[in-house]
Design a protein around this ligand. Structure first.
Ligand code: ADP
Ligand code: SR1
Ligand code: MG
Ligand code: MG
Ligand code: MG
Length: 471
């Protein structure tokens, strides 16, 4: 896609854009004279606007610009990331509508997505964790999101050709939506030409004598998100382990810690293995950036946003991102425990949430697998499913490997948040540098230990008990 037609919008030009775009103006009601627009982006990469009309309509508009916002124009980054984000919001939204905001509109030349406004009291989970707020349904909801998005985009559910989306000659086995997806381009899917519109869309195409364009390739399509994958390869798996202009840490307290990370050959061996897996393993359509800043919550709603790093990668990268960031939240609590507020009880809630997240994920993922054992999944011989003991062993091995992958990726993502380029508010909001360094040092030591010794752990309770017992 050519860069032609792109312009970075601001609060004023966005109003003009909305007025000129029926798909958006119709969402905001008749009276477009009084629109309020506020830029609220607090992430590292993009601009996000909340738009509210006088008649009470609301949308969120997210625009990618051709560089990394938190660094500036000196670090260019493809704005095509918005395309992969829109595609994934649609795909994950189809698989788990309860926990993904609806996409209303996607403009590829402008790298602009319009989606549901997650209204207050929704806040970013990371901020809730810093404030010490308990979310009783968080583990239930996040395990549901991860189990469904990961299972249904894996070879446990799909045939290898569905997974890679090879050309198929026999389409008679496809249901209506699958036929639509075969004939639609990925752009069409982004723009919401879903199941219900399939019939009229296809009829229109036939009337106009138009040929079908390229198919919505699955693994192949996401190979295009190479620049975002390369960013992760650099900032998660490479830079923290070498001298890099972008690395920083709480100096001088952690100078020695950062040097130790750079000189630890066992750590480098482990991280090299994880990087290979990240680059080579097309296990499922992963979110790719599932930290606690990519989840918006209330006490009864959990919504996953910001999947611009999505690609076909290892499932453990998503599970590890969430668990690793919950562990960072755990370690940061000692930096937030003043103002007469004791965080002991809250730390226990975080540990329980980590346990529940993994255990519920395990249960839900296995249930989906059992439920769909007679489906198209081609990862295992049909024979395996006929022998209960063998089937049990296969599932046990799959989950055990996934557990260790998740621990490894989680640990790597903790380390990068302490000595790499992009840090987390959990620690950054601890204003006393010495106290912050104390929390970060403990988190770093724990992450290094897990990265090296994760094979010794069989259950999530062993991990939370190790966290409890740190002196
Ligand atoms: P980035 O890719 O730059 O990290 P995010 O998608 O994480 O951008 O969004 C940045 C911020 O914008 C979020 O932290 C949140 O506060 C706000 N935001 C994003 N999407 C929504 C939404 N659908 N509803 C409400 N607020 C949102
Ligand atoms: C320059 S690195 C920016 C980071 O922010 C995103 O949310 C990803 O986590 C990325 O690694
Ligand atoms: Mg974000
Ligand atoms: Mg993002
Ligand atoms: Mg992370």
């Amino acid at each position: 896609v050519a860069d032609g037609g792109f312009r970075a919008l601001d609060e004023k030009s966005l109003i003009e854009y909305i007025r000129a775009t029926p798909a958006l103006s119709s969402l905001l009601g008749d009276d477009l004279r009084a629109l309020t627009v506020k830029e609220v982006g607090d992430g590292n990469l993009n601009f996000v606007y909340i738009v509210i009309s006088s008649s009470g309509g609301s949308i969120v508009i997210k625009q990618a610009i051709p560089y990394i916002r938190c660094i500036g124009e000196s670090w260019p980054m493809t704005k095509e990331r918005a395309y992969f984000e829109a595609l994934t919001l649609r795909e994950h939204g189809r698989l788990c509508p309860a926990h993904v905001p609806e996409v209303y509109h996607f403009d590829r030349p402008l790298s602009l997505i319009a989606m549901r406004y997650l209204k207050p009291p929704h806040i970013i989970l990371r901020k809730g964790l810093i404030a010490g707020i308990e979310y009783p349904l968080l583990a239930e909801h996040m395990s549901e999101y991860m189990a469904r998005t990961l299972f249904f985009t894996s070879l446990l559910y799909r045939s290898t050709s569905e997974h890679k989306r090879e050309a198929r000659s026999n389409k008679f086995d496809l249901n209506r939506e699958e036929r639509w997806r075969e004939d639609a381009t990925a752009d069409d899917i982004c723009n919401g030409k879903g199941q219900q519109q399939w019939g009229s869309y296809k009829a229109g195409k036939q009337r106009r004598g138009e040929k079908n364009r390229s198919k919505p390739a699955i693994i192949a399509e996401y190979c295009g998100n190479v620049e975002l994958c390369r960013l992760t390869e650099q900032v998660v798996f490479s830079d923290p382990y070498k001298i890099s202009q972008y690395n920083h840490w709480t100096s001088p307290y952690l100078d020695q810690d950062a040097e130790t990370v750079r000189e630890d050959d066992i750590l480098k061996l482990e991280v090299a293995g994880l990087k290979s897996m990240f680059c080579e393993r097309a296990q499922a359509l992963i979110h790719g950036d599932l930290h606690t800043g990519s989840v918006m919550v209330t006490t009864d709603s959990t919504q996953v946003i910001d999947p611009e790093f999505a690609f076909y990668g290892p499932m453990g990268f998503d599970i590890g991102a969430l668990v690793g960031n919950l562990i960072l939240a755990f370690f940061s609590q000692d930096g937030h425990s003043d103002n007469g507020k004791d965080r002991k009880v809250y730390k226990q809630w975080i540990l329980k949430t980590i346990e529940d997240t993994w255990n519920l994920f395990h249960k839900k993922f296995i249930s989906l697998w059992n439920e769909h054992k007679d489906g198209n999944g081609e990862a295992y011989l049909a024979d395996v499913y006929k022998k209960p003991e063998l089937w049990f062993l296969v599932q046990e091995k799959y989950i055990k490997d996934l557990f260790h992958d998740s621990l490894g990726f989680g640990a790597a993502k903790m380390i990068r948040r302490i000595v790499g380029v992009a840090h987390v508010e959990d620690f950054e909001s601890i204003t006393d540098a010495e106290r912050r360094a104390y929390c970060e040092h403990r988190a770093l030591e724990f992450a290094k230990m897990i990265l090296k010794e994760r094979q010794r752990y069989d259950t999530i309770e062993q991990i939370t008990s190790a966290l409890q017992n740190i002196p």
